[in-house]
Design a binder for this molecule. Sequence first.
Ligand code: 3HC
Length: 295
Amino acid sequence: MEISKVGVVGAGLMGHGIAQVSAQAGYGVVLCDIDQGCLDSGLGKIEKQLSRAVEKERIEQETADAVRGRIDGTVDQQDLSDVDLVIEAITEDLELKRSFYGDLDGIVKDDAIFASNTSSLSIIDLATATQRAERFVGMHFFNPAQVMPLVEVIRAVTTSDEAFQTALDYAKGLDGKVVVPTPDKAGYIVNRLLVPYMLDAVRAYEEGVGSIESIDAAMKAGAGHPMGPITLLDFVGLDTTQAIAEIMFSEFRERRFAPPPTLRKLVSAGWYGKKSGKGFYDYSGDKPVAVDLSV
Ligand code: 3HC
């Protein structure tokens, strides 16, 4: 199937980046969010990234204008009726996503493909909320989607060869992307390995192995990671990481996937990491400062 118009649902951390890379690849994009504020914020971030690319002389102003011109923002899901592919990037919650897909199925044309950017849910559990389980895949991008090359493309037991190939071709067509097909097992490849690593860093902190800063500094300098594991947790979002951990824990029942108490405590406090201004670090000043969690 030929993809020319793409719907991206959810204009948050992941959705706005997916919309931008899709528009950069030449696709017409409908970026949809139920919240006007979130939509405006996502579109603003895209405009900022494009301006930065122009300032750095990586693209011409007219290219930036053309990319922005290919993205239409909307809060009305009916505007997704004629897209060929929908990439959903809403909150990581099974019931919420199933309900969303049930509604969307009646709006979007029958031959369109649905792709979830879920980080960990089984694709089959989402596909069965629709009448198009054979045209349903996972397409997992990484944060920031404009920068991180990987896209995991996930095939459910019901996914047809044609839909899977179309999704693979679409992801391969995005500039600089590395595409890895993965089976439909919770967490796929990256989160199955990365999430226990981040959770273990919190456990190491809880057990007094090191301070927040020293654990981050050690893993950056000693293992060559671009960010330490606790900074990465704040970057991914503590609420998102907790949701992923819960999903993998309920799937595999292994301690390594269980969210540690400190993570739960911060999520309960509403400290979701960088996006909310505070997590393991406080982002209100010039530089992030580790929060005193000794109380
Ligand atoms: N959006 C768009 N572009 C961004 C960006 C963002 N949020 N953050 C950084 N960039 C771009 C910058 O514009 C810059 O591009 P330029 O050099 O062409 O101007 C480039 O990335 C480098 O940025 P900086 O110089 O500001 O900072 P760094 O060199 O420290 O790089 C980073 C930032 C790319 C985020 C790097 O720290 C990194 O790779 N961190 C690890 C990220 C990671 O592991 N992501 C995966 C998380 S797991 C996940 O997403 C799965 C999910 O399911 C949980």
